[in-house]
Design a protein around this ligand. Structure first.
Ligand SMILES: [Fe+2]
Ligand SMILES: [Fe+2]
Length: 445
């Protein structure tokens, strides 16, 4: 089992957030990358410290995350129409995670016009950012003094994102980009001092003659994570926070699933502890629980939200999610066990699960725990069309599943014997997730 410290690459994790976000709003595909790319290049043109450049990029990446509660069917135009409310919802979501604190402050005002931000009092931000020991040599010289970074004017970075966002929306897909640049810059210059900080507009104007930036902006921002995100290692605590954030993106797609990943993560952790896993393995189970339904991010809402039984054709579509959880998680180096524990949650000991039809002996112990945590959470949590089941009914369903050879009897018995402890953990996590969901809903409505 795992005793080596789990460290994964920041780049891989961002790739995962990126992939998840692209799948959730297919129409918005690439939007956050384009905004991030352009805002980053403006920060660079202004010679901002490297840490501020990355912060701008990362904030731009997450600026629309609050739009996740709007489900899959919302268009980019609709999101932009409520962009200020989405930015606030995004900031609220991010504020709950220490690793995203600075980003939250920047995102909150990334749709606020410059003239309004001048009335706001936002104190300088202090944030620990770079683990210098892991920096590549060519950069470590430049940033060695910035272990604790101070950002004097966070709202300036917000405004860079605001400007980048507007520019990206001005780009017409049917006109060659290099024939649009001058017009875009002229339009933006009219807003200098009003919508946009004059310095931000000057930064954009300085990029006018750089064809490569505009061509990359339109044609190849998909390489952005690989090229621009520093490849440093992220520790277990940060991985947990990022996984939880992704779990929220998955859950927020629908009121029907609004608390599910949170409940599964808490149940899986609690069961792992009872089954004798060590502290790090419990953390890994929690991460796997947050991510187990990652593939559901591309399941159509009408299937996700169908209150009745799915038709065989619909069920086939639903089955794809486990495969896609597997595929997406395989991008993260160091996630092998987490990927297995997460993605194999629909395998059954009798071989009748999906998609790999593994049998007892082939299914890792962590995946067996996840399967129990998943069924347990699904039948216990409240859904918009039904209340969660009562304790006795939950126990008998789990027992029936174990008797049919679908779930592990050992883990099911463990859950039944410790029902209150596991259910309290699940219930607490679900309630917290529910509060966050409704807060984001209210903000964006
Ligand atoms: Fe699932
Ligand atoms: Fe699930």
């Amino acid at each position: 089992m795992s005793n080596n410290a789990l460290m994964v690459s920041q780049r891989d994790l961002w790739q995962l957030v990126d992939a998840a976000f692209d799948l959730i709003h297919p129409e918005v595909h690439g939007h956050h990358q384009q905004v991030g790319y352009l805002a980053y290049h403006m920060a660079r043109a202004l010679n901002l410290p490297i840490s501020h450049q990355f912060l701008t990029l990362q904030s731009a990446y997450l600026h629309d995350i609050g739009g996740a509660v709007k489900g899959q069917d919302i268009s980019l135009i609709e999101i932009e129409n409520i962009s200020r409310r989405v930015a606030h919802a995004s900031a609220d979501i991010l504020a709950d995670f220490p690793v995203f604190n600075a980003i939250s402050v920047i995102v909150r005002h990334c749709q606020t016009p410059y003239r309004e931000t001048r009335q706001l009092q936002v104190p300088p931000l202090h944030f620990p950012m770079l683990d210098i020991s892991n920096l590549p040599e060519e950069i470590s010289g430049i940033v060695e003094k910035v272990a604790d970074i101070t950002l004097q004017d966070p709202l300036f970075l917000s405004n860079l994102i605001h400007l980048a966002d507007d520019v990206v929306l001005m780009i017409k897909p049917d006109t060659p980009i290099l024939n649009q640049v001058d017009k875009i810059i002229q339009a933006v210059q009219k807003g200098a001092g009003d919508s946009y900080a004059p310095q931000a507009v000057r930064a954009l104007a300085s990029l006018a003659g750089d064809e490569c930036i505009w061509l990359e902006l339109v044609y190849s921002t998909d390489r952005i994570v690989e090229e621009l995100i520093m490849d440093r290692k992220v520790n277990l605590d940060a991985i947990k926070q990022v996984a939880k954030l992704i779990g929220m993106i998955i859950d927020f797609r629908s009121p029907f699933t609004a608390m599910h990943s949170a409940g599964v993560a808490a149940s899986a952790r609690s069961l792992a502890r009872l089954a004798g896993m060590n502290e790090q393995e419990c953390d890994m189970m929690e991460i796997a629980g947050s991510l187990h339904d990652l593939g559901k991010i591309r399941t159509p809402s009408e299937i996700l939200e169908k209150p009745g039984k799915l038709t065989p054709e619909e069920f086939n579509v639903m089955k794809e999610h486990a495969f896609f959880s597997d595929l997406l998680l395989s991008c993260v180096g160091g996630f092998n066990e987490i990927r297995e524990w997460a993605a194999l949650h629909h395998e059954k000991l009798n071989g009748k699960g999906y998609p790999y039809h593994m049998k007892d002996g082939e299914i890792p112990f962590g995946s067996q725990i996840m399967a129990v945590a998943d069924v347990f959470s699904a039948i216990t949590e409240d859904r918009p069309y039904r209340k969660g089941m009562a304790e006795e009914r939950v126990k008998s369903i789990l027992q029936e599943n174990a008797e049919r050879g679908e779930l592990s009897k050992l883990i099911t018995d463990l859950l039944i014997a410790n029902f209150d402890a596991v259910n309290t953990a699940r219930d607490h996590a679900s309630r917290e997730a529910g509060k966050r969901y409704f807060r984001a809903m209210q903000k964006t409505n």
